[in-house]
Design a binder for this molecule. Sequence first.
Ligand SMILES: [Zn+2]
Length: 494
Amino acid sequence: MSRPAEQTPSTDAPLGDGAYPDSKVSHGGATYWLERSSDGAKRLVAVAADESAFSDFTGSTETVDGEVRLVAPVTAENALALRSALPWLTPTRFGLHTSAGFGDRLGLATPGHVRALNAVGGAINPVFAQQSIREMGRCGRTPRNVLDDATWGAFQAGWTKPVGGDADHLEELDDIDATVAAGFVFYTLDPKAHVDPEAEHADPTAVRAKVEALDWASMDTDLESFTKSYVGHRIDLDQEAIELDEESVLRAMAKYGPSMSHAMALYRRLMAKGIDCEVEFAVDETDHPTKPAEHVVVVSELKRLGMEFISFAPRFVGRFEKGVEHIGDIDELRRDFEIHAEIARALGPYKLSLHSGSDKYSVYPLIAEATKGMVHLKTAGTSWAEALRVIAHNDPDLMRDALTLALESFEANRKSYHLSCDPSRIPAQPTDDEVAHLMDVVDSRQVLHVGYGAILEEFGTRMYEVWNDHEDEHYEIIADHFIKHLKPFAPWAS
Ligand SMILES: [Zn+2]
């Protein structure tokens, strides 16, 4: 990214015990760092020549050797003040630049993500603050919690380049209000509830009936004009052309038409806020792959209706399940990436967004190359899965309890997630050795991956103690895991 952090060299302000040395940064006449006190609580410390530098913060100040020293708790109010004092911590738009989202359900993983980015190098732009409304609900977090935890984590780890902020999978109008109020800059609009899966296999008469029943007036057109503008047309791409025949055009509209109306309602609600932001249109969590002709019709119609978006998340071929490798024919997937990327360049350009992007190591080089780096990688939940390794390693009994609960509550937890695990293959009373490998086996990894809501509600307090007591081990595990995700993108990143 072009915006360099306006960072001046640190002063030699002495760091106290428990300080995070990487966090120390000087800007605007003050030097800031994060400390951890003996009781485990984190606090912001800063020094400046006079008190006016700290007027936005709430905390205690004292004057030592002619310098004013601030000690402030890590509250929401102080996170906001810190974003204002250190402007690179305020989420910003990334445009078409290569970017990656690090969904962090716990609000603890950002320093590990920073380590991975530093190790990989290159120009991948991070979205540390990213969580779907569904996940926030299950984790008992607010949009503001998500943003603030990412702020503290990036600060702690000494990140001084731009950050994004993704209000992920917004489905309802209220979701827009809640996330705008928190300060997100990237809005993922997800109208999946309005995508019609029946249109995939319906016979032509049924497809036509669905299309005729659409609310055309609300889309500022009518069926005849719509048909004329697509049927018989041909979209020339780098390598090939897409012929738009009547059957595929009508099926595209039957399948996605209602979802476009809903997405436009979300979009208009967002635009009415008048904020500086960018938008993703996502239909990844739907049953049937987005065919090339459907991509063309959907994107062209959204543009005609006035939506500007920076990325599009189609439903790609094969299965993108939580926390495991892509399931399906990898050559077919490569082909799918190539054609969707060609369409995105021809009709946009806009980025392709790869959702459920965690743990799919075979896939990253393919999409990085197909898109030539014009891509957003979105992971959600794999940081949580990896954090469980810290629990398994340091408190096997707690991990066994978590597994028991995840198995008991599995039918409720699995709702709205794509999974193929078989809980009956998981040992009910695993040995310590089996506990150590629960996150390596698909069945237990997926059951625990989606069990986060129930597990955190019951065992969250004990687990956070373990993570806080083994902070560095946690960051190392997260960093190792994400280096494998990010590396294939680095050569293409711009
Ligand atoms: Zn998604």
